[in-house]
Ligand binder design. Structure first.
Ligand code: DHB
Ligand code: FE
Length: 286
């Protein structure tokens, strides 16, 4: 790698944490700040009791306590709380939230969703650069209810990283809506999305999350993935991700967000250009 490329990658990593914090503030789920007193008492008391237990069991020292304090301060200064929480905690929140669904499996949203992406017809090419790198991918399918009813006009929001693992609006230098779109399915709930296969994604290594990963001897990788939110009137929106069979880090995702039902196995495209895969979404009623 030349110095310039290293510097660009570093700049991108540093920017993405702060951008994720800004994005979270603007989209915060309603009611997030309105949790009742008894519930706060229970949850925070149990969280602290778990921490107290760890300190006793592992004889945590003042040096370690101070290292934790300075790391926590730095996570905020780096704007990396969304990254930290979405990588190491969100998968369990999602598991609890969606455990009673009968339809398609969900998984974590992660920090990089942006609402109001360009609306696109049922067959569409995602916004991308003229020379966008990566294997062309046709991602097609149908949205139905649990009883098999086609959901006409269902909304398939999709966003993903580019061939270098960067997300538009979180890494500098990418067009605003690159590889992001809101596709409206046809009258039979079908959609055909033309895009490119994303690359595996490395969570920023130059900030606080990266320091934690290095300090603990972990790796920073998520497998290549497509992010989706699929919705239709009268049905529960599902937030999910899809992965690629045999891809790097499918078996050791740092964010623990892979499920067997979410692994795509694309074949050669009928058009002869790249690969294609069919994946159908099943939405539970509200
Ligand atoms: C993070 C990034 C992702 O693309 C994702 O899907 C989940 C988490 C992160 O950097 O925290
Ligand atoms: Fe992602």
């Amino acid at each position: 790698m030349t110095d310039t490329i290293t510097e660009q990658a570093t700049a991108a990593a540093a920017a993405s944490g702060a951008a994720a914090t800004e994005q979270f503030r603007s989209k915060q789920r309603t009611g997030a700040a309105d949790v009742d007193t008894e519930r706060v008492d229970t949850l925070v008391s149990e969280l602290l009791a778990a921490a107290h237990d760890i300190v006793r069991r592992h004889q945590v020292t003042y040096a370690e306590y101070d290292a934790l304090k300075s790391w926590l301060i730095q996570v905020g200064e780096d704007g990396e709380w969304p990254l930290f929480l979405d990588v190491w905690l969100e998968h369990i929140v999602e598991e609890v939230a969606n455990e009673s669904r009968e339809g398609s499996k969900g998984t974590i949203e992660g920090p990089y969703y942006v609402p109001d992406a360009p609306r696109l017809p049922a067959e569409a090419r995602l916004p991308m650069r003229a020379d966008e790198e990566g294997t062309p991918l046709l991602f097609q399918g149908q949205v139905t209810g649990v009883d098999g009813t086609p959901l006409a006009g269902a909304l398939v929001e999709i966003w993903h990283a580019d061939n270098d693992g960067y997300y538009a609006q979180f890494a500098p230098g990418l067009p605003q809506w690159n590889l992001r779109g809101a596709v409206v399915a046809d009258d039979t709930g079908h959609f055909w999305i033309h895009t490119i296969e994303p690359a595996p994604y490395q969570i920023p290594t130059d900030g606080s999350c990266g320091r934690l990963i290095a300090a603990a001897g972990w790796h920073a990788w998520r497998p290549a993935h497509l992010h989706l939110k699929v919705s239709a009137p009268g049905h529960q929106l599902i937030t999910t991700q899809l992965y690629f069979k045999g891809g790097e880090h499918v078996v050791d995702d740092i964010a623990s967000a892979v499920k067997p039902e979410l692994i795509l196995d694309p074949g050669p495209a009928v058009s002869g250009d790249g690969r294609e895969v069919t994946y159908d979404f099943v939405l539970d009623k509200v």
